[in-house]
Design a protein around this ligand. Structure first.
Ligand SMILES: CC(C)(COP(=O)(O)OP(=O)(O)OC[C@H]1O[C@@H](n2cnc3c(N)ncnc32)[C@H](O)[C@@H]1OP(=O)(O)O)[C@@H](O)C(=O)NCCC(=O)NCCS
Length: 325
Protein backbone atom coordinates (compact mmCIF):
# COMPACT_ATOMS: atom_id res chain seq x y z
CA UNK A 1 0.00 0.00 0.00
CA UNK A 2 1.38 3.39 -0.94
CA UNK A 3 1.95 5.61 2.02
CA UNK A 4 0.72 9.19 1.90
CA UNK A 5 3.57 11.54 2.76
CA UNK A 6 2.78 13.87 5.64
CA UNK A 7 4.24 17.29 4.92
CA UNK A 8 6.78 18.30 7.59
CA UNK A 9 5.91 21.44 9.48
CA UNK A 10 8.16 24.31 8.53
CA UNK A 11 8.82 27.26 10.81
CA UNK A 12 6.06 29.18 9.00
CA UNK A 13 3.42 26.46 9.45
CA UNK A 14 4.04 25.79 13.16
CA UNK A 15 0.95 26.62 15.24
CA UNK A 16 2.80 29.31 17.19
CA UNK A 17 1.40 32.78 17.59
CA UNK A 18 1.95 35.77 19.88
CA UNK A 19 0.01 35.74 23.13
CA UNK A 20 -3.21 37.72 22.82
CA UNK A 21 -3.49 39.30 26.24
CA UNK A 22 -7.17 40.16 25.68
CA UNK A 23 -8.20 36.55 25.05
CA UNK A 24 -5.55 34.05 26.15
CA UNK A 25 -5.00 34.76 29.84
CA UNK A 26 -7.57 32.25 31.24
CA UNK A 27 -6.25 29.37 29.06
CA UNK A 28 -2.63 30.26 29.81
CA UNK A 29 -3.39 30.46 33.55
CA UNK A 30 -4.98 26.98 33.40
CA UNK A 31 -1.98 25.57 31.50
CA UNK A 32 0.57 27.08 33.90
CA UNK A 33 -1.40 25.89 36.92
CA UNK A 34 -1.47 22.33 35.57
CA UNK A 35 2.17 22.21 34.41
CA UNK A 36 3.59 23.69 37.62
CA UNK A 37 1.12 22.04 40.04
CA UNK A 38 3.79 20.01 41.84
CA UNK A 39 5.94 23.05 42.64
CA UNK A 40 3.46 25.91 42.92
CA UNK A 41 3.83 27.84 46.19
CA UNK A 42 1.62 30.63 47.63
CA UNK A 43 3.32 33.23 45.49
CA UNK A 44 2.82 31.15 42.34
CA UNK A 45 -0.86 30.68 43.20
CA UNK A 46 -1.34 34.38 43.71
CA UNK A 47 0.40 35.07 40.37
CA UNK A 48 -2.09 32.80 38.61
CA UNK A 49 -4.99 34.46 40.41
CA UNK A 50 -3.71 37.86 39.28
CA UNK A 51 -3.67 36.58 35.71
CA UNK A 52 -7.28 35.40 36.01
CA UNK A 53 -8.33 38.68 37.64
CA UNK A 54 -6.65 40.67 34.85
CA UNK A 55 -8.56 38.61 32.26
CA UNK A 56 -11.84 39.85 33.83
CA UNK A 57 -10.77 43.41 34.53
CA UNK A 58 -12.43 45.66 31.94
CA UNK A 59 -10.19 48.63 32.70
CA UNK A 60 -7.04 46.54 32.25
CA UNK A 61 -8.35 44.96 29.06
CA UNK A 62 -9.35 48.35 27.62
CA UNK A 63 -5.88 49.71 28.35
CA UNK A 64 -4.13 46.58 27.03
CA UNK A 65 -6.21 46.76 23.86
CA UNK A 66 -4.80 50.20 23.10
CA UNK A 67 -1.15 49.33 23.69
CA UNK A 68 0.62 49.35 20.33
CA UNK A 69 4.00 47.86 21.31
CA UNK A 70 3.60 44.47 23.04
CA UNK A 71 6.88 45.09 24.93
CA UNK A 72 5.01 47.77 26.93
CA UNK A 73 2.53 45.24 28.29
CA UNK A 74 3.16 43.72 31.74
CA UNK A 75 3.46 40.36 30.00
CA UNK A 76 3.71 39.22 26.42
CA UNK A 77 4.99 35.99 24.83
CA UNK A 78 4.04 33.13 22.54
CA UNK A 79 1.56 30.27 22.65
CA UNK A 80 1.31 26.99 20.77
CA UNK A 81 -2.27 26.29 19.68
CA UNK A 82 -3.47 22.90 18.42
CA UNK A 83 -7.06 22.79 17.12
CA UNK A 84 -8.02 25.94 18.95
CA UNK A 85 -6.53 24.77 22.26
CA UNK A 86 -3.48 26.39 23.87
CA UNK A 87 -1.07 23.58 24.78
CA UNK A 88 2.19 25.50 25.09
CA UNK A 89 3.27 28.86 26.45
CA UNK A 90 6.37 31.00 26.95
CA UNK A 91 5.90 34.40 28.59
CA UNK A 92 8.11 37.44 28.17
CA UNK A 93 8.40 40.28 30.64
CA UNK A 94 10.39 43.36 29.68
CA UNK A 95 12.25 45.37 32.25
CA UNK A 96 14.80 48.16 32.67
CA UNK A 97 17.51 48.30 35.30
CA UNK A 98 20.37 50.78 35.57
CA UNK A 99 20.31 51.78 31.87
CA UNK A 100 20.01 48.16 30.72
CA UNK A 101 17.08 46.76 28.77
CA UNK A 102 16.27 43.27 30.02
CA UNK A 103 13.84 40.51 29.13
CA UNK A 104 12.71 37.70 31.42
CA UNK A 105 11.39 34.49 29.87
CA UNK A 106 8.98 32.75 32.23
CA UNK A 107 6.13 30.23 32.41
CA UNK A 108 7.59 27.93 29.75
CA UNK A 109 5.03 25.15 29.83
CA UNK A 110 3.81 22.36 27.55
CA UNK A 111 0.69 20.31 28.23
CA UNK A 112 1.81 16.79 29.36
CA UNK A 113 0.10 15.16 26.32
CA UNK A 114 2.17 17.28 23.91
CA UNK A 115 5.66 17.03 25.42
CA UNK A 116 8.90 16.00 23.66
CA UNK A 117 7.82 17.37 20.30
CA UNK A 118 9.96 20.50 20.46
CA UNK A 119 7.16 22.82 21.64
CA UNK A 120 9.00 24.12 24.73
CA UNK A 121 12.17 24.70 22.74
CA UNK A 122 10.38 26.43 19.84
CA UNK A 123 8.43 28.77 22.12
CA UNK A 124 11.59 29.70 24.06
CA UNK A 125 13.39 30.38 20.77
CA UNK A 126 10.53 32.60 19.57
CA UNK A 127 10.60 34.54 22.82
CA UNK A 128 14.36 34.99 22.47
CA UNK A 129 14.07 36.33 18.92
CA UNK A 130 11.29 38.71 19.96
CA UNK A 131 13.53 40.05 22.72
CA UNK A 132 16.44 40.42 20.30
CA UNK A 133 14.28 42.38 17.87
CA UNK A 134 13.52 44.78 20.73
CA UNK A 135 17.27 45.42 21.12
CA UNK A 136 17.42 44.31 24.70
CA UNK A 137 20.82 43.85 26.37
CA UNK A 138 20.26 40.60 28.26
CA UNK A 139 17.68 37.80 28.37
CA UNK A 140 17.21 36.09 31.75
CA UNK A 141 15.24 33.15 33.09
CA UNK A 142 15.25 31.03 36.20
CA UNK A 143 14.58 27.34 36.55
CA UNK A 144 14.57 24.88 39.45
CA UNK A 145 17.91 23.10 39.75
CA UNK A 146 16.20 19.67 39.54
CA UNK A 147 14.52 20.45 36.18
CA UNK A 148 17.06 18.78 33.90
CA UNK A 149 14.80 18.85 30.81
CA UNK A 150 14.31 22.60 30.95
CA UNK A 151 17.97 23.32 31.82
CA UNK A 152 19.05 21.27 28.79
CA UNK A 153 16.69 23.17 26.47
CA UNK A 154 17.92 26.55 27.75
CA UNK A 155 21.61 25.57 27.62
CA UNK A 156 21.19 24.32 24.04
CA UNK A 157 19.68 27.71 23.15
CA UNK A 158 22.71 29.58 24.50
CA UNK A 159 21.75 30.37 28.10
CA UNK A 160 24.56 30.08 30.65
CA UNK A 161 24.21 29.61 34.40
CA UNK A 162 24.94 32.68 36.52
CA UNK A 163 23.71 32.03 40.02
CA UNK A 164 22.21 29.26 42.13
CA UNK A 165 20.03 30.63 44.91
CA UNK A 166 18.11 28.75 47.56
CA UNK A 167 14.93 30.02 49.18
CA UNK A 168 14.42 28.89 52.76
CA UNK A 169 11.29 29.14 54.83
CA UNK A 170 10.53 29.11 58.58
CA UNK A 171 7.72 29.94 60.91
CA UNK A 172 8.27 32.67 63.48
CA UNK A 173 8.51 31.17 66.98
CA UNK A 174 8.44 33.47 69.98
CA UNK A 175 9.36 30.60 72.33
CA UNK A 176 12.48 29.54 70.45
CA UNK A 177 15.39 29.06 72.90
CA UNK A 178 18.70 30.63 72.03
CA UNK A 179 22.22 29.78 73.15
CA UNK A 180 24.58 32.71 73.03
CA UNK A 181 27.99 31.00 72.55
CA UNK A 182 29.64 34.25 73.60
CA UNK A 183 27.89 36.22 70.86
CA UNK A 184 25.69 39.26 71.31
CA UNK A 185 22.78 40.33 69.18
CA UNK A 186 21.83 44.01 68.99
CA UNK A 187 20.51 46.49 66.45
CA UNK A 188 23.23 47.31 63.91
CA UNK A 189 25.43 50.26 64.83
CA UNK A 190 26.40 52.93 62.26
CA UNK A 191 29.97 51.54 62.31
CA UNK A 192 28.60 48.15 61.10
CA UNK A 193 27.15 49.62 57.92
CA UNK A 194 30.22 49.44 55.56
CA UNK A 195 30.68 45.71 56.25
CA UNK A 196 26.94 45.01 56.19
CA UNK A 197 26.62 46.69 52.81
CA UNK A 198 29.65 44.88 51.36
CA UNK A 199 28.35 41.49 52.52
CA UNK A 200 24.84 42.24 51.27
CA UNK A 201 26.23 43.09 47.84
CA UNK A 202 28.22 39.87 47.83
CA UNK A 203 25.30 37.63 48.83
CA UNK A 204 22.76 39.39 46.61
CA UNK A 205 24.60 40.27 43.38
CA UNK A 206 23.64 43.40 41.53
CA UNK A 207 23.12 41.50 38.25
CA UNK A 208 19.94 40.06 39.83
CA UNK A 209 18.91 43.33 41.48
CA UNK A 210 16.45 44.09 38.67
CA UNK A 211 14.38 41.10 39.73
CA UNK A 212 14.32 41.59 43.49
CA UNK A 213 14.59 45.37 43.34
CA UNK A 214 16.64 45.41 46.51
CA UNK A 215 17.78 48.85 47.56
CA UNK A 216 20.34 48.60 50.32
CA UNK A 217 20.23 52.36 50.95
CA UNK A 218 16.92 51.77 52.74
CA UNK A 219 18.82 49.80 55.39
CA UNK A 220 21.52 52.43 55.97
CA UNK A 221 21.67 54.05 59.41
CA UNK A 222 20.85 57.72 59.77
CA UNK A 223 18.11 60.12 60.73
CA UNK A 224 16.84 60.76 57.21
CA UNK A 225 16.29 57.11 56.50
CA UNK A 226 14.56 56.70 59.84
CA UNK A 227 12.26 59.66 59.16
CA UNK A 228 11.53 58.42 55.65
CA UNK A 229 10.53 54.98 56.91
CA UNK A 230 8.51 56.55 59.71
CA UNK A 231 6.46 58.69 57.35
CA UNK A 232 5.76 56.05 54.73
CA UNK A 233 5.09 53.47 57.46
CA UNK A 234 7.65 51.14 55.98
CA UNK A 235 8.68 48.79 58.73
CA UNK A 236 12.23 47.50 58.93
CA UNK A 237 13.91 45.56 61.70
CA UNK A 238 17.55 44.62 61.81
CA UNK A 239 19.86 42.50 63.91
CA UNK A 240 23.65 42.48 64.14
CA UNK A 241 25.70 39.77 65.81
CA UNK A 242 29.10 40.59 67.26
CA UNK A 243 31.77 38.53 68.96
CA UNK A 244 32.85 39.45 72.50
CA UNK A 245 35.72 41.47 71.01
CA UNK A 246 33.22 43.54 69.01
CA UNK A 247 33.92 41.94 65.64
CA UNK A 248 30.84 41.88 63.39
CA UNK A 249 29.87 38.38 62.19
CA UNK A 250 26.48 38.78 60.56
CA UNK A 251 23.52 41.09 60.04
CA UNK A 252 19.94 40.34 59.19
CA UNK A 253 17.21 42.67 57.96
CA UNK A 254 13.46 42.20 57.83
CA UNK A 255 11.28 44.41 55.67
CA UNK A 256 7.49 44.42 55.71
CA UNK A 257 6.09 43.32 52.35
CA UNK A 258 2.71 42.79 50.79
CA UNK A 259 3.70 39.29 49.72
CA UNK A 260 2.43 36.05 51.20
CA UNK A 261 5.52 35.80 53.40
CA UNK A 262 8.00 38.23 54.91
CA UNK A 263 11.51 38.40 53.49
CA UNK A 264 14.72 38.42 55.48
CA UNK A 265 17.98 39.70 54.00
CA UNK A 266 21.09 38.11 55.43
CA UNK A 267 24.68 39.27 55.25
CA UNK A 268 27.36 37.19 56.91
CA UNK A 269 31.12 37.40 57.13
CA UNK A 270 32.46 35.07 54.42
CA UNK A 271 34.22 32.11 55.98
CA UNK A 272 33.38 32.32 59.67
CA UNK A 273 30.09 34.20 59.84
CA UNK A 274 27.93 31.09 60.14
CA UNK A 275 27.52 31.06 63.95
CA UNK A 276 26.59 34.73 63.79
CA UNK A 277 24.06 34.16 61.03
CA UNK A 278 22.42 31.30 62.92
CA UNK A 279 22.19 33.48 66.02
CA UNK A 280 20.66 36.38 64.06
CA UNK A 281 18.11 34.10 62.38
CA UNK A 282 17.03 32.64 65.72
CA UNK A 283 16.67 36.15 67.13
CA UNK A 284 14.49 37.16 64.18
CA UNK A 285 12.28 34.09 64.49
CA UNK A 286 11.74 34.87 68.20
CA UNK A 287 11.17 38.59 67.79
CA UNK A 288 8.84 38.35 64.81
CA UNK A 289 6.72 35.78 66.64
CA UNK A 290 3.39 37.27 65.62
CA UNK A 291 4.30 37.63 61.94
CA UNK A 292 3.71 35.51 58.88
CA UNK A 293 6.06 32.90 57.47
CA UNK A 294 9.61 34.09 56.95
CA UNK A 295 11.59 33.51 53.79
CA UNK A 296 15.28 33.90 53.20
CA UNK A 297 17.09 33.73 49.87
CA UNK A 298 20.81 32.99 49.90
CA UNK A 299 23.44 31.67 47.48
CA UNK A 300 22.97 27.88 47.31
CA UNK A 301 25.61 25.85 49.16
CA UNK A 302 26.61 28.81 51.36
CA UNK A 303 25.80 28.92 55.08
CA UNK A 304 23.44 25.96 54.62
CA UNK A 305 24.11 24.40 58.01
CA UNK A 306 23.73 27.70 59.86
CA UNK A 307 20.44 28.48 58.13
CA UNK A 308 18.99 25.00 58.66
CA UNK A 309 20.17 24.88 62.30
CA UNK A 310 18.13 28.04 62.90
CA UNK A 311 15.01 26.10 61.83
CA UNK A 312 14.74 27.13 58.18
CA UNK A 313 14.10 24.48 55.54
CA UNK A 314 15.01 24.71 51.87
CA UNK A 315 11.99 25.35 49.66
CA UNK A 316 13.69 25.44 46.26
CA UNK A 317 16.94 26.24 44.52
CA UNK A 318 16.71 28.29 41.36
CA UNK A 319 19.35 28.45 38.67
CA UNK A 320 19.54 31.90 37.08
CA UNK A 321 20.48 31.69 33.41
CA UNK A 322 21.35 34.48 31.01
CA UNK A 323 21.70 34.80 27.26
CA UNK A 324 23.18 37.88 25.69
CA UNK A 325 21.48 39.70 22.92
C1 LIG B 1 10.03 21.79 30.42
C2 LIG B 1 8.91 21.66 29.39
C3 LIG B 1 8.37 23.04 29.09
C4 LIG B 1 9.50 21.04 28.13
O1 LIG B 1 8.49 21.07 27.15
P1 LIG B 1 8.56 20.17 25.83
O2 LIG B 1 7.60 20.77 24.87
O3 LIG B 1 8.40 18.76 26.16
O4 LIG B 1 10.07 20.48 25.40
P2 LIG B 1 10.76 20.02 24.06
O5 LIG B 1 9.95 18.99 23.36
O6 LIG B 1 11.14 21.22 23.29
O7 LIG B 1 12.09 19.35 24.61
C5 LIG B 1 12.01 18.39 25.67
C6 LIG B 1 12.76 17.16 25.32
O8 LIG B 1 12.15 16.56 24.21
C7 LIG B 1 13.15 16.29 23.24
N1 LIG B 1 12.50 16.36 21.94
C8 LIG B 1 12.19 17.46 21.27
N2 LIG B 1 11.60 17.13 20.11
C9 LIG B 1 11.51 15.77 20.10
C10 LIG B 1 11.00 14.82 19.20
N3 LIG B 1 10.45 15.20 18.04
N4 LIG B 1 11.06 13.54 19.56
C11 LIG B 1 11.60 13.14 20.71
N5 LIG B 1 12.10 14.01 21.61
C12 LIG B 1 12.07 15.30 21.30
C13 LIG B 1 14.15 17.37 23.47
O9 LIG B 1 15.44 17.08 22.94
C14 LIG B 1 14.18 17.35 24.91
O10 LIG B 1 14.83 16.16 25.31
P3 LIG B 1 15.88 16.08 26.42
O11 LIG B 1 15.15 16.48 27.68
O12 LIG B 1 16.34 14.68 26.42
O13 LIG B 1 16.90 17.07 25.97
C15 LIG B 1 7.79 20.71 29.87
O14 LIG B 1 8.36 19.51 30.31
C16 LIG B 1 6.95 21.31 30.99
O15 LIG B 1 5.94 21.98 30.75
N6 LIG B 1 7.33 21.05 32.25
C17 LIG B 1 6.61 21.58 33.41
C18 LIG B 1 6.82 23.07 33.53
C19 LIG B 1 8.29 23.40 33.59
O16 LIG B 1 9.05 22.79 34.31
N7 LIG B 1 8.69 24.45 32.82
C20 LIG B 1 10.04 24.96 32.79
C21 LIG B 1 10.13 25.98 33.85
S1 LIG B 1 11.54 26.97 33.74
Amino acid sequence: MASIPIPARTAETLPVRPLNILRDLPAVADLIEMCFSSTLDDEGQSYIQQMRRASRDDRFLRWAGQVVDSASLPMTGFVWEENGRIVGNASLVYNRYKHKKLALIANVATHPDFRRRGIGRTLTERAMSHARQKNIDEIWLHVRDDNATAIKIYSDLGFTQHAHRTTYIAKPDSLLPQTSNGLTVTRPQPRDWPLQRAWLEQAHPDELGWYNRWDWNQLAPGLWNWLYRFFIEFDIRQWAVHKENGELLATLSWMSTVRASDALWAAAKPGDGSAGLRYALEAARRELGHHRKLTLEYPADEMVEAIQSAGFSALRTLVWMRATA
